[in-house]
Design a protein around this ligand. Structure first.
Ligand code: ADP
Ligand code: MG
Length: 623
């Protein structure tokens, strides 16, 4: 038989490899911004069109490239940043793989213009799908401009796979934020479809955060500073009372690189334990500096996950530093370290007097935590380490307790607003006083409603069922625009970031159809004078936050409908929670409303709302 193995042509290999580096426009944005930073730029401009699908251009004033380097930069594994594998452990640059430009050039139309300081003229190179179309000498300022047009032009499947512009733009902005937050001393600007969306002058870290997330953010920020042998932490956490439902304001940077870490996130959550409202997420903007030799950033192709040599120690230091800050700024009511002189002594100072390099409990102000420096860093050791097991156990437990009590609090609130205001329930309410009334429903575990039907038994999930009921109601209101509004006594003023305001503007019409009345939606402020009937004023900010976080996190498909999302989101916010005790009347009412729905069997997110068990099935169980 003939030989069948062939080497793939370069451009095909490049296209395949590109898939790893470039998933969407935002990936290109990240790579280009990082290259500009590595080039020492002090001013970086990002220009995008159609959420990056048509154009992504990054213009920097960095060191530029020679004509030869400009040409070489598009070769795979062409990098100026490392020379051998050891360099990987001393990384001071963002890039090092030498893959980004080669990958991008394989799947787009690319135009590079670059000039070094001392050169009179620069170089312009045009490449389409790995093929060099032209190379010329040009007049161009010092630095580099890289324009990427028509991303995935030669891979239609990938292009079709891209989400709506709103979603892709969201990802682009996220990347832009991450890079801009990690480098406050660099001036950044961003333009989308010709208008400036961000203008971030060189500033300190606090100002950078405020410039991105809105003026109102300033008062939320509590500084966190900590310096130990293994780790330096600096940055801010948000005051607990400002915590929102969305995870948008959670940033870890390790050696100026944005990373995701569920483990370190857990450390922050545990520092905030007992301080947050149900479902609220702490905000944090934290820069961790560690010895580059103790991390491995090589494990993830897009480099947002890194591996630490000693995760457990980082966890403990991070947790105590955040706790300490919350305590020092009088935010945490009860602290588990002594409130005497410790509070007046700068935390750093205490660390400095620690006698040895070894990290042990002596430098940790929380006496109940035992931290040893030589804990293994494998993921499994998280659950096997005795000291952390204990710590984790208690925190989960108290989390659960908190949840329950919160549920009960809102229970009464909910009853007032939803059940009493329903006119058709009048007869049921009257019946309530009849002592003889036959009980047809039971509540199990404050979660399920059990009811009998002719053929047997019905078990309803109260939270999911109520979501269905509310969802259909809101959707109906939005589509026929008949939401009834209730006027507020005093206008409600809420603050949001510029981006959040944009989202609210997009949804404004639909929100108004449900009964919201806005008198002002701009300049980071929303003023509301009317809300839908049945929506308590106290819930309004939660609903809007939930909505924003849903729109941001949901990756809506092409059938994305704002009305549907809004109805779902409001239903989710306002549905009776699991853990909430319901009176008999309320239980019955919910059952009746559920079965009056068009699609009673599933929640708006397609979860089962009820199950039935027939008498036959029951009988079989007793055989
Ligand atoms: P990496 O960043 O991993 O080295 P890239 O493919 O992103 O790989 O870039 C290849 C090389 O091109 C870089 O090592 C750098 O020398 C050069 N380069 C890329 N972008 C710029 C820029 N904006 N300014 C100067 N040099 C650049
Ligand atoms: Mg790079």
């Amino acid at each position: 038989m003939a030989d069948i193995i062939q080497l793939l042509p370069d451009h095909v290999a490049n296209q395949i490899a590109a898939g790893e580096v470039v998933q969407r426009p935002a990936s290109v944005v990240k790579e280009l911004l990082e290259n500009a930073i590595d080039a020492g730029a002090t001013t970086i401009k990002l220009i995008v069109k159609d959420a990056g699908k048509t154009l992504i251009q990054v213009i920097d004033n960095g060191k530029g490239m020679s004509a030869t380097d400009a040409r070489l930069s598009f070769e795979r594994h062409a990098t100026s940043k490392i020379r051998n594998a050891e360099d990987l452990f001393q990384l001071n640059t963002k890039g090092f793989r030498g893959e980004a430009l080669a990958s991008i050039a394989a799947i787009a139309h690319v135009e590079l213009k670059t000039k070094q300081e001392d050169d009179e003229l620069g170089t312009c190179i045009e490449i389409e799908g790995s093929e060099v179309k032209s190379q010329d000498v040009v007049v161009t300022p010092k630095g580099t401009s890289l324009a990427v047009k028509n991303l995935f032009f030669n891979i239609p499947a990938r292009r079709n796979f891209l989400k709506s512009n709103a979603v892709e733009l969201r990802h682009v902005i996220d990347e832009f934020h991450r890079v801009a937050l990690a480098h406050p001393s660099i001036t950044f600007s961003m333009f989308h479809n010709g208008s400036e969306t961000f203008n971030l002058p060189e500033s300190n870290y606090r100002q950078r955060i405020v410039n991105i997330f809105g003026t109102k953010t300033n008062e939320k920020l509590v500084p966190v500073e900590e310096a130990t042998e293994v780790l330096t932490i600096s940055g801010f956490v948000g005051k607990p009372e400002f915590a929102k439902k969305s995870r948008n304001e959670q940033f870890f940077f390790v050696n100026n690189r944005f990373i995701k870490s569920a483990y370190l996130n857990h450390a922050i959550n545990s520092a905030f334990e007992g301080l947050l409202k149900d479902g609220a997420q702490p905000s944090y903007f934290l820069n961790l500096t560690v010895n580059p030799q103790t991390i491995d950033i090589n494990i993830h192709p897009t480099k947002t996950e890194i591996k630490f040599d000693d995760e457990h120690t980082l966890y403990a230091i991070l947790r105590s530093a955040v706790k300490h800050s919350l305590g020092q700024f009088n935010i945490a009511p009860v602290l588990d370290f002594e409130r005497d002189a410790n509070l007046d002594t700068p935390y750093n100072y205490q660390q400095k007097s620690a006698p040895s390099v070894e990290v042990d409990s002596s430098f940790n102000p929380f006496k109940d935590e035992v931290v040893t420096s030589k804990l293994s860093s494998s993921a499994s050791s998280f659950s096997t380490s005795p000291s952390f097991k204990k710590d984790r156990g208690t925190s989960w437990e108290s989390l659960y307790v908190g949840l329950e009590s919160k549920g009960n609090q809102s229970a009464s609130n909910f009853n007032e607003v939803t059940f009493e205001s329903e006119p058709e329930t009048a007869s049921i309410f009257e019946n309530e006083n009849e002592v003889e009334q036959k009980q047809t429903t039971y509540q199990l575990n404050n979660k399920f409603i059990i009811s009998t039907i002719k053929s047997g038994m019905l078990v309803i999930d109260q939270h999911k069922a109520h979501q269905r009921v509310l969802y259909e109601e809101y959707l109906q209101n939005i589509t026929v625009k008949e939401g009834v509004s209730q006027q507020l006594l005093f206008p409600l003023e809420l603050h949001f970031s510029k981006q959040e305001i944009k989202l609210i503007q997009q949804l404004q019409e639909d929100l108004e159809a449900t009964g919201f009345v806005f008198t002002h939606v701009k300049d980071e402020i929303v003023v509301i004078t009317g809300v839908p009937v049945n929506v308590p004023e106290s819930e309004v900010s939660i609903i809007l936050e939930q909505l924003i976080s849903d729109v941001e996190n949901e990756v809506p498909d092409s059938h994305f409908s704002a009305a549907d999302l809004l109805a779902k989101s409001m239903a989710k916010s306002l549905a009776i929670k699991t853990g909430q005790t319901l009176t008999n009347t309320e239980q019955e009412h919910l059952v009746n409303r559920l079965f009056a729905c068009k699609e009673p069997s599933v929640s708006p997110t397609n979860k089962t709302t009820f199950i039935t068990m027939t008498v036959d099935e029951l009988e079989k169980k007793f055989m």
